[in-house]
Design a binder for this molecule. Structure first.
Ligand code: HEM
Length: 502
């Protein structure tokens, strides 16, 4: 039989191509479901067959809640994509994020998934490979010392003072009701931008940069959406290459230029005021030098990482205490009875308030600011995790929300009970089976949160100052915590009635 090549039409080519893609996908799906090395792990068939359900939940902002539901149904290990497993037990936490393994220091991060937007944090520690990460973290850790935090206190206090004045004025204008989520957002940005860059943007006092701050949350969403698309199978990935990057919110990411340019100006001016950036510059005069690009990237990351996370926690904690009059009364009593005047509410003094710290830890457990897992890759030689042999190249993660809300880790996991974090005898008995180590909102290991001390200081200070001056009351019935996630939570307004109590 002889074919005449000239007689094959474009329609034929298209049909054969589509048929080949369908056959490829079908074979791949059967392999994934029945013959893949992870096929014996529990999980819904759809998730094991293709990555589509994972990506669907990621782009619809439903990933953290879905993983929680999957763990409830399938137990401590769930196959969440053909090549991916999710865990929710603390022994896996240590293994995935902290332990040394033969031939590699820790499980490497899935760098690619965050690098897609080629944004200004793409040369920072957040994305860097292990060797560069270790070099940069050495410098950055020194800049974030206890002494550095103490040096920043006057600036942080100034912004907390502004926050109190602004919410007070706003409450007077609006019959007492204030959207605290928005004000926390401005305060978190002002605090970290000033402490990190020595740049008092003063968004609490001025309107200028407020629209720009809304963009920070969108940037994380952009990174999440772009990584979702990139993680798809190769044919779809190729398609994505044809789509202009703007569609993936690149323009939102580019607006980071505001911070970026300030950092560049500061570097050009040299170290002046003592802030975290100038400390990085001072510590950088060693063997582990960071390039100027890396310094700029990291300084931008400090602002991006330190704004949304702190805002989330403050809003969640405010929401949770306004829902529980017992906790609210106990917390207000602790704060109001511990100080003789407002000036003694300092970073050091608030760190001694045990119930406030317990409330923050419980809010971090109940509504972790980074609720999704942080994927890592099992080294080529494979590893044991939670008693299971996991082949090299598998993506693994601890699903933070699923871990924190698992009945196998915490008594009454959905409830907000700060007492579980206190050491007194009654609580120790009630919550003796809680696996406290499972709640790691700042992650663990060499890539844990570099800003956790400053975050804790800011959160304690803001809550203590707010409850020192005001009674708080929620004004809407809807569940504020029911909201989508794109790496971080997409936060709703949080209207709260403020009544001056002194
Ligand atoms: C409640 C507040 C915060 C929470 C819950 C939080 C949580 C986290 C988590 C879970 C990570 C690990 C991410 C990963 O493995 O991919 C991280 C990393 C990081 N955080 Fe935070 N964070 C908070 C506040 C801050 C603040 C205020 C800063 C300010 C400097 C900051 C700076 C960073 C940086 C620079 C990293 C990257 C560290 C590295 O890769 O070595 N964070 N954070």
């Amino acid at each position: 039989m002889r074919y005449n090549i000239h007689k094959i039409s474009w329609t034929d080519v298209l049909s054969y191509s589509l048929a080949s893609i369908c056959i490829y996908c079908a074979i791949r799906a059967i392999y994934n479901l029945y013959y893949h090395p992870l096929s014996h792990f529990p999980g819904p068939s759809a998730f094991g067959t293709t990555r589509l359900p994972y990506v669907y939940h990621q782009v619809t902002g439903n990933l953290a809640a879905t993983f929680h539901n999957l763990h409830e149904k399938y137990g401590p290990i769930v196959r969440t994509a053909p090549n991916e497993l999710s865990f929710n037990q603390p022994d896996a936490l240590n293994k995935i994020y902290n332990e040394q393994h033969s031939g590699c220091p820790v499980f490497p991060k899935n760098y690619d998934s965050f690098n897609e937007t080629r944004n200004q944090i793409s040369k920072s520690v957040f994305i860097a490979g292990d060797a560069d990460h270790a070099r940069m973290r050495k410098v950055i850790n020194q800049a974030f010392s206890e002494q550095a935090l103490r040096d920043q206190e006057p600036r942080i206090q100034d912004h907390v003072q502004s926050l109190m004045q602004q919410v007070d004025a706003e409450a007077r204008k609006n019959a007492g009701v204030v959207d605290l989520n928005a004000w926390y957002n401005f305060a978190a940005f002002d605090m970290i931008a000033d402490a990190a860059l020595g740049e008092p943007f003063n968004t609490l006092k001025r309107l200028t940069y407020r629209p720009w701050i809304n963009m920070i949350g969108k940037t994380w969403k952009a990174i999440s959406l772009a990584s979702a698309v990139k993680s798809m199978a190769p044919p779809v990935y190729l398609l994505r290459r044809l789509i202009p990057t703007g569609i993936f919110l690149q323009k939102e990411v580019n607006k980071f230029d505001l911070v970026l340019n300030r950092v560049k100006e500061k570097i050009a001016m040299g170290t002046g005021r003592i802030d975290l950036l100038s400390r990085v510059l001072a510590c950088n005069d060693r063997k582990e030098r960071m390039t100027e690009d890396e310094i700029v990237s990291n300084a931008t990351l400090f602002v991006a990482a330190g704004t949304e996370t702190v805002t989330t926690l403050l809003s969640a904690l405010t929401y949770l205490i306004t829902k529980d009059s017992r906790v609210m009364a106990k917390l207000a009593t602790e704060i109001r009875s511990s100080f003789s005047d407002e000036r003694s509410i300092t970073i050091q003094n608030v760190s001694r308030l045990q119930y406030l710290t317990a409330c923050i830890r419980e809010a971090l457990r109940r509504f972790p600011p980074i609720p999704e897992g942080l994927p890592r890759i099992v080294p080529p030689s494979g590893e044991w995790i939670s008693g299971h042999w996991i082949p090299g190249g598998t993506f693994v993660q601890i699903s933070t929300l699923a871990t924190n809300l698992s009945i196998s880790n915490f008594e009454a996991p959905e409830a907000f009970i700060p007492e579980r974090w206190l050491d007194d005898k009654d609580n120790a008995t009630c919550f003796r089976n809680d696996k406290k180590v499972a709640s790691q909102p700042f992650s663990i290991g060499p890539r844990n949160c570099v800003g956790q001390n400053i975050a804790m200081a800011e959160m304690r200070l803001v809550m203590a100052r707010l409850l020192w001056s005001f009674d708080l009351q929620g004004v809407v019935q809807e569940d504020w915590m029911d909201q989508p996630t794109y790496l971080l939570w997409e936060k709703k307004p949080l209207p709260i009635r403020l009544t001056r109590c002194r």
